[in-house]
Design a protein around this ligand. Structure first.
Ligand code: FE2
Ligand code: FE2
Length: 309
């Protein structure tokens, strides 16, 4: 049985802003320079197949920053796919900020995004044969509220949709991490920055039922994390915006029977002098490099979790 090697990358939390000199305390000086460095690096990665961006593409959901992002991304030599972060839209209709519809149209200029019938920025596409990429929108929209939520309609759609692609390997993009490990859920630090617990558990049950999950890729924390539950790898990305400026490269060895996921991070730029929380944003060694055997299950489905009935 032939095994295919697929290399792809994840970039997250760019927080692109106009070059005004105004910065939040947790940002480094030039997200634009960092995004350009990321694209230059990715263009040199051999056999890279595609890149996923897991939200907070811009900082203030403003059209000029989205335009700048798109201009820089036009230099990337491989396809890329975008998902929504809490800094990317504002549903209160405030002037000068994208709402969900504007965000979707902007994405559709760049890749074939066909919305799922959920009312949110959820989509599914196949970047390569046998690989399924699904993005879920867990943002509340009251800019930039950090809590993540998944609505019953989204979980229903995901559950039904996965049953129509039982043989495909799934990469799930969701900006707010749907942590379900006791260690991560008990962390006071991330309590307001993850998907609500009951919904995260319902999502996990759906993914476990599918049984061919390459990874659940999130951002939002600006801290790299990795854990595996029931053979499903959950990873949050290092931020591009600082105080480190890093991205992740993945190597997936896969065939219909088995899969192995390797990951490592690439630290792009030496930025500001290390702030106090530098140790936190570096994560542990396991958060930065590793190899995970993926679990393959039969395509039989588990009952729908009670939380979404
Ligand atoms: Fe962010
Ligand atoms: Fe975020």
């Amino acid at each position: 049985m032939a095994t295919e090697r697929i290399r792809f990358a994840q970039v997250s939390d760019i927080h692109l802003m106009p070059e005004t000199g105004c910065r939040c305390w947790w940002m480094s000086e030039s997200p634009r320079r960092q995004l350009e460095a990321a694209i230059a690096h990715l263009n040199q990665v051999p056999d890279l197949r595609f890149v996923v961006f897991t939200g907070d593409l811009v900082d203030q959901a403003d059209p000029p920053s989205f335009q700048c992002f798109q201009e820089i991304l036009s230099q990337l030599r491989v396809p890329y796919y975008l998902s929504l972060g809490n800094h990317d839209i504002d549903t209160l209709g405030r002037k000068g900020r994208f709402n969900r519809d504007q965000f979707v149209r902007w994405c559709q200029d760049q890749f074939p995004l066909q919305l799922a019938p959920t009312g949110y920025v959820d989509y599914s596409l196949a970047p390569l044969p046998g690989i399924r990429l699904i993005a879920l929108d867990a943002s509340l929209g009251r800019f930039p509220l950090p809590q993540g939520v998944l609505r019953p309609a989204q979980l229903h759609w995901l559950s039904e949709h996965l049953q129509s692609v039982p043989e495909e390997w799934l990469i799930l993009l969701i900006h707010q991490p749907p942590f379900t490990s006791a260690r991560q859920m008990d962390s006071v630090l991330f309590r307001k920055y993850r998907v609500l617990t009951e919904q995260a558990l319902a999502l996990h049950d759906i993914l476990a039922s599918h049984g061919r999950v390459v990874a659940v890729l999130s951002g939002h924390l600006h801290v790299p994390k990795m854990y595996v539950r029931d053979g499903i790898p959950y990873l949050t990305a290092p931020p591009l915006v600082g105080p480190i400026s890093a991205l992740r490269v993945f190597e997936l060895d896969v065939n219909p029977r088995r899969g192995i996921l390797r990951y490592h991070w690439v630290n792009l730029l030496e930025l500001d002098p290390s702030p106090l929380w530098h140790g936190l944003v570096m994560g542990t060694r396991r958060d930065r490099w590793g190899e995970i055997p993926l679990r393959v299950k039969g395509s039989q489905s588990l009952p729908l979790p009670a939380a979404i009935r």
